[in-house]
Design a binder for this molecule. Sequence first.
Ligand code: ZN
Length: 315
Amino acid sequence: MTDTTHLNLNLEEVPCPVCGAANHRPVVSAPDFETPYTNLFQVVQCTDCTMIYTSPRPCTDDLFRYFYQDNYVCYTQSGLADTIRENYLCKSRYAALKHLIPENGRFLDVGCSFGYFLSYLQENTLWEAYGCEPNHDMASRAIQKGLSVQAKTLVQAAYPSDYFDLVYMSHVLEHVPDLKETVQEVFRILKPGGLFITENPDVDAPIRKPFGPSWWGYHLPRHLSHFSHDSIRCLLSMEGFDIKHIKPCFRPGPIAWSVQNFLKTKKIPDPVCSFFGVQNPIFVALCGIPALFYLKGGHTDMMETTAQKPLGDLS
Ligand SMILES: [Zn+2]
């Protein structure tokens, strides 16, 4: 049984996605906690620029074939907890963004899933809201709701240059195999002075080391890049952005995920795993206590980076 769930994947060694160096040291070896596959994946750290990344990694075809199926966590809704989370995210996200672009500004949600945030914007704002999402089923659901969504990656979508006031990515950059190309594309399609806001796991989260391979943020093998405040700053600066700020986000969910992953490594049966997991809103709420504590310390499991395309010489 165990042998039948080991995949023979085509793996590829990759250089550091930020600086291109090949030298690295091992960080952790961890499984995928969402599928029955027993493969272990390696996370390494660049010895030149300190960027943490997954290498070797499954080639892109294998990655999408085996790890982005319909049961992928971001493509499913597991009931009340997800509905509460989405409502909270939409309201808090919009409250944080609404003063950043004009009332009739142009907004792009990269990796928009089934368009829940775009729907919220369409109903509550005058923004021209667009989205792209490479999963065809998710994109179709968004398109059926009348949203301006393309079933493509950002690079494939080929939006016009200097077009958007704000490009938003929630948990996308860590997934993309073509990291530099994606960041360069964001830069190209933003208007001068336009903003790029990206939310990503933070490898300096206080719970990363104690949880080891169970830490939610690794999410192997789907997460290919594992950012810190320093490495995301380095990446975006190299591509021409001015970094406005990087701040920790209040998110209790990752703590619940990490606890659940840890219980899975101990072969704790499913009802217990489900109770101490993101499916249980009460447990997630309890995880808000340490999350608040970490927020005050400056590093949580997630960080939000705001970067600006320079205005250039307009004189
Ligand atoms: Zn590097």
